[in-house]
Design a protein around this ligand. Structure first.
Ligand SMILES: NC(=O)c1ccc[n+]([C@@H]2O[C@H](COP(=O)([O-])OP(=O)(O)OC[C@H]3O[C@@H](n4cnc5c(N)ncnc54)[C@H](O)[C@@H]3O)[C@@H](O)[C@H]2O)c1
Length: 313
């Protein structure tokens, strides 16, 4: 059993990851500044003897070094990042700090302490808008169109150099849209909030045809844990996701069904992107991860449905 650090551990995905690692018998230290994370996300295991929560800013290199030393950390899952992409569109410094500088601080703290095992949560946003192309891990010309995507790509570049220079074993997953219990942002969350305020009308950004693959968080977390204990020296990158995709309009229909609303007028803001920096549609080539035998337990529509069933509305 290992002593594991999760950054961003109070967030949506990080809190599920901590739960899974604890269930496997590991000791988990979770660091989060609670900017977007919430204590209630880890309430069910907050009193577990093998769990420690530390409220701290993961951009603090000395602080992260101290956390690693004081807790004898052997492996790091780095998930801390800004997840409010629209907010950083108005203030790019948010992504520079929370998406990129957290990565630098984690890497530098690992270098100083000699910790060699790293998992990093990257994103489809590193590719930029490459509609019509099935995105492979070795697709060239990566050109992010959001500050978030660029901070993740810069993070991948730093991870590559730190891994090479320090003999690290690194696993990077490029996530698509991830959904499930404890969801705190994204289209499903937004639609529910809007409809709770006004059950007769729903404003939909864009024209509703934006179409993306949705991965269920528990499928993702199982894969993260399974793959991360099989890494070798160097950097392994995987696209992870599902073959199917769901349109925004279909999500709106499913949310209305879940809320029992039958007479909702959709008001589209128009255009085929939700907001500047949004990639309206993308398709992964998943052959690298499929070659390992992995396959998600839920397809895209099933992920949406399971998420809606899990939310207390
Ligand atoms: N949810 C998705 O659809 C998705 C898609 C692609 C990639 N990702 C990546 O997965 C990871 C987890 O995302 P999530 O959906 O759980 O988002 P989230 O916002 O719920 O979790 C991120 C956590 O990081 C914390 N954080 C941010 N800046 C910090 C800082 N400076 N110091 C300490 N903590 C800080 C936040 O408080 C939050 O709890 C992120 O790296 C995100 O970029 C998520």
């Amino acid at each position: 059993m290992e002593r594991i650090l999760i950054t961003g551990g109070a967030g949506f995905i990080g809190s599920h990851l901590a739960e899974k690692l604890l269930a496997q018998g590991h000791t988990v230290v979770s660091v989060d500044d609670l900017a977007l994370g919430r204590r209630e996300n880890f309430r069910s295991y907050a009193n577990d003897d093998r769990f420690t929560f530390i409220e701290a800013d993961a951009t603090d290199v000395d602080g992260m070094e101290q956390v690693i030393r004081a807790n004898g950390i052997e492996r790091v899952y780095h998930l801390a990042a800004n997840s409010d992409i629209q907010k950083s569109a108005a203030d790019p410094g948010i992504d520079y700090k929370n998406t990129f500088a957290t990565t630098y601080a984690v890497l530098e703290a690992m270098r100083r302490t000699g910790v060699k095992k790293l998992f990093f949560s990257s994103t489809s946003a590193v590719y930029g808008d490459k509609r019509g192309q099935a995105l492979r891990e070795d697709t060239g010309g990566l050109a992010p169109i959001s500050y978030y995507g660029s901070a993740k790509l810069a993070s991948e570049a730093f991870i590559s150099a730190y891994s090479y220079m320090n003999g690290m074993q690194t696993l990077i997953f490029r996530f698509p849209n991830v959904i499930g219990p404890r969801l705190t942002h994204g289209v499903i969350f937004d639609f529910i909030r809007k409809l709770q305020v006004d059950p007769k009308h729903l404003e939909i950004l864009g024209d509703g045809t934006q179409c993306k693959p949705y991965l269920y968080v528990l499928d993702l977390v199982d894969a993260i844990v399974d793959f991360s204990f099989r890494t070798r020296e160097g950097v392994e990158i995987y696209n992870i996701g599902v073959d199917t995709a769901t349109t925004v309009r279909k999500i709106a229909d499913m949310v209305c069904d879940r809320l029992g609303l039958t007479d909702v007028e959709y008001r589209f803001t128009g255009g085929n992107v939700g907001w500047k920096g949004d990639v309206p549609a993308f398709q992964y080539d998943l052959s690298r991860i499929y070659a390992t035998g992995w396959c998600a337990g839920h397809n895209s529509d099933e992920s949406v449905r399971a998420t809606l069933e899990s939310l207390e509305i």
